[in-house]
Design a protein around this ligand. Structure first.
Ligand SMILES: [Zn+2]
Length: 340
């Protein structure tokens, strides 16, 4: 059985995420509630996407249970599909992980009802317990608990994962202000999660490469465990540091999140550069979150020195009809390149 800690000892681990956005773009998931009913309605789409991400270099197959918890299903009036949805998502991911020798990850995330000291906090904890138990029953190698803007909620998720005896990756979502809602310092939140038993801690989602990178050094310094970094592939800036903050000048300054982020999409090169910079800081669990496509994942994997199956098709511009330098390229066409 693949083992997260053993794999990290050997080198960087790549984890592709972003299933919600990608299934939405493909027309199999509704933006708004963002509930992954696709795992029941079109399991072949989810399985195919898992395979594409592994082909591109992901070492982890994350079961698509993001926003598949009790609180989200209640919002769409479908609590009755909670257990079938979770079990099916885990079964789809397990099939791909076992066939490809990758890690099978269960997934817990923010409930969007949690507030400290309220009954909702207890309900969040109960939701994590049932999801973590299903992940364990499906034979998960680890559970990813992610996108938490409350440290307290993340610690509840971690507790549920530890109760089923699985390694935990705990990642925080740092919004515009650069803090969590109950802890000013993301680095301190990571330190607390490590202390509470997480195998890997770090950041995912919300921030693009440019505005996530500056936070990583402090996290690396604050903990002794492995650190995770999974930005969104969008060109966030100091002025607009989160994908939710991005305003599109091409659309009169309208908010781009969540369905009009396309003009802000990072190139594969930008993700590769981010991965190289993060690796230089000592971050060894790398991936891409909402908005990720396979070419981004391949760029991250290649920056980490890997050659996934998709690297067979990585660009070789020497053979391009106009831009190439190969002896087989017609000279007149090379000379015309400047007119393209
Ligand atoms: Zn995300």
């Amino acid at each position: 059985m693949p083992d997260l800690s053993a794999m990290l000892e050997q080198g960087p681990v790549i984890c592709a995420e972003g299933y919600l956005f990608e299934c939405e773009r493909r027309g199999y998931l509704q933006a708004g509630a963002f509930v992954p009913e696709v795992v029941l309605d079109h399991p072949e789409v989810v399985e195919g996407l898992h395979r594409e991400f592994v082909h591109a270099g992901s070492d982890v197959v994350e079961a698509f249970t993001y926003y598949g918890h009790r609180q989200k299903l209640r919002v769409i009036g479908k609590e009755d599909i909670l257990e079938p949805l979770n079990r099916q998502a885990l079964a789809i991911a397990a099939k791909v992980a076992r066939e490809t020798g990758t890690l099978l990850a269960g997934n817990l995330c923010n409930t969007n009802v949690y507030e400290p000291g309220t009954p909702a906090a207890g309900e969040a904890g109960a939701a994590f317990e049932e999801q973590a138990a299903w992940a364990a029953e499906a034979g998960a190698d680890l559970v990813i608990a992610e996108t938490f803007s409350w440290l307290g909620e993340a610690l509840l998720a971690l507790e549920a994962i530890q109760a089923v005896g699985l390694p935990a990756v705990v990642t925080f979502a740092v919004h515009r202000e650069g803090t969590l809602r109950d802890e000013p310092s993301p680095a301190e939140a990571c330190r607390r999660a490590e202390q509470a038993g997480a195998t890997v801690v770090g950041l995912n989602c919300i921030r693009g490469p440019r505005t996530m990178l500056p936070l990583l050094g402090r996290i690396r310094d604050a903990v002794s465990c492995e650190v995770a970094a999974l930005p969104v592939p969008y060109r966030t800036t100091e002025a607009e540091p989160s994908m939710q903050a991005l305003r599109d000048p091409g659309r009169g300054g309208a908010q781009a999140f969540p369905t009009a982020l396309d003009p802000f999409t990072c190139t594969r090169q930008e993700l590769g550069e981010f991965a190289a910079d993060a690796l230089a800081l000592g971050v060894r669990y790398l991936g891409v979150c909402c908005g990720a496509a396979p070419h981004h994942i391949r760029a991250v994997a290649e920056a980490a020195g890997k050659t996934p199956p998709a690297s067979r098709y990585s660009p070789d511009m020497t053979k391009h009809s106009f831009l190439g330098t190969d002896p087989g390229i017609v000279k007149a066409y090379q000379e015309y390149a400047g007119n393209l």
